[in-house]
Design a protein around this ligand. Structure first.
Ligand SMILES: Nc1ncnc2c1ncn2[C@@H]1O[C@H](COP(=O)(O)OS(=O)(=O)O)[C@@H](OP(=O)(O)O)[C@H]1O
Length: 392
């Protein structure tokens, strides 16, 4: 056990009293600060609640309607296709609540021939919420042909334009389904909003005898796009497609010439050969449409320089040049221009595998003979169109 001096013992007792006092003061200060904080928070809540109820009071509501949305005048406006559009929050669903909204003025003058879409996809719901009423219209422009010349590429490229909407598949109205009537045809068109043009492509229209008259009957102002390609490569492409469906097909040379070889007469009754006599079909179209209503697109240039051809197409359709070289890249594996993105896909992609097939080897003499056969028809076609396509 150790002995401690008495003075140090006395000092420790005083020190403990001081410490006790300090602790009491610290606790009291803490309590005071808490009380001040609680009072402040309560006050702030009270003020913001008052402010909210003032904003929701009837005098602050828009005159028409009585919607729970912010007053109409406070909604942001944006310009879409040259029209001022009120932006309504997307969270408001169609139905009872939306029905209370003040009616938005339709921006499209819907023609009596148009059918309102019932498409419930988010895109159209969004447009309806903006007061835009998408509706289906008969085509303003048609890609009428020519089969295997690049018609799909042309359609996919031109529909990159935001003001173009196109039927995805070939509708075959003017050749196979004409009896079903224009209402049937219109129903196959995509919904559009004001300022957008409707397009469709069916390459067999070009060679359908009744098609020019029927298209004119639908609308004499219809713009017609014709993609053309060297008729010899077109014939081989046509044959390649047919052969892909029928494995035991005869060789190209056997079908293209009456005696089965290049030494014989060109068999113009065979579809792949006959279709390449473009001038013959064009003359029929020119009986019903003025030349200014037709645009001829080079299938070769559509591959070599798609932006240039699409530039011409946009001008012809009266569209701003939006689709340009920035939309394309050349895919060296495929050997064709492909798209960086499209309406359907946001990643780079090429046309399907049925476009840009490998062609079978065709005897050189057969090709020469076919070139010779087409030459006068090509000249006539150049004369009718005023364009020298430069086919060999
Ligand atoms: N970018 C691009 N990608 C792939 N293919 C392209 C492209 N541009 C033009 N082409 C050429 O289009 C040819 C097919 O023509 P169509 O689309 O008119 O064919 S169809 O009539 O609709 O069946 C197709 O013919 P084939 O090469 O014989 O397959 C192509 O040569």
């Amino acid at each position: 056990m150790c002995d401690l001096p008495s003075e140090p013992l006395q000092y420790t007792a005083i020190d403990m009293q001081h410490r006790q006092l300090n602790r009491t003061i610290a606790i009291a200060t803490g309590l005071l600060m808490c009380a001040v904080y609680v009072l402040y928070t309560f006050h702030a809540c009270l003020l913001s609640g008052l402010h909210r109820s003032l904003r929701q009071s009837p005098s602050a509501q828009p005159a028409a309607g009585g919607t729970t949305l912010a007053p109409t005048t406070q909604l942001p406006h944006v310009r879409i296709l040259g029209s001022l559009v009120r932006i309504v929050p997307l969270t408001v669903e169609d139905g009872a609540t939306a029905g209370k909204r003040p009616p938005a003025a339709p921006l499209r003058l819907v023609s009596p021939a148009a059918t309102n879409t019932t498409d419930g996809s988010p895109k159209y719901r969004f447009l309806r919420q903006q007061g835009l009423r998408p509706s289906r219209h008969l085509p303003d422009a048609l890609i009428i042909g020519v089969k295997k010349s690049g018609t799909r590429a042309l359609l996919e490229f031109v529909r990159l334009h935001p003001d173009v909407r196109a039927a995805g598949c070939e509708v075959h109205f003017f050749d196979r389904h004409y009896a079903k009537g224009l209402a049937w045809y219109r129903h196959h068109m995509p919904p559009t909003i004001e300022g957008q043009i409707t397009m469709e492509k069916t390459p067999s229209y070009f060679i359908t005898r009744e098609a020019p008259r029927r298209v004119r009957h639908m609308n004499p102002a219809t713009r017609l796009l014709v993609v053309v390609r060297d008729p010899v490569t077109r014939a081989i492409s046509d044959y390649t497609q047919a052969r892909s469906k029928k494995r035991d097909m005869k060789r190209f040379e056997e079908l293209a010439f009456t005696n089965g070889s290049a030494g014989g007469v060109v068999d113009t009754s065979w579809g792949p050969v006959r279709i390449g006599v473009y001038a013959r079909y064009l003359e029929r179209w020119l009986e019903h449409f003025p030349p200014a209503q037709l645009l001829f697109v080079s299938g070769e240039r559509l591959i070599a320089d798609p932006a240039v051809e699409i530039g011409r197409v946009q001008d012809f359709l009266g569209l701003k040049r939006v689709v340009n070289e920035k939309h394309f890249y050349f895919n060296s594996t495929k050997g064709f221009p492909c798209l960086l993105k499209s309406e359907e896909r946001s990643s780079p992609h090429c046309l399907g595998k049925t476009k840009g097939r490998n062609h079978p080897h065709i005897d050189g003499a057969a090709i020469d003979r076919l070139r010779e056969f087409y030459r006068p028809f090509n000249q006539k076609f150049y004369h009718l169109t005023g364009i020298n396509f430069g086919w060999p």
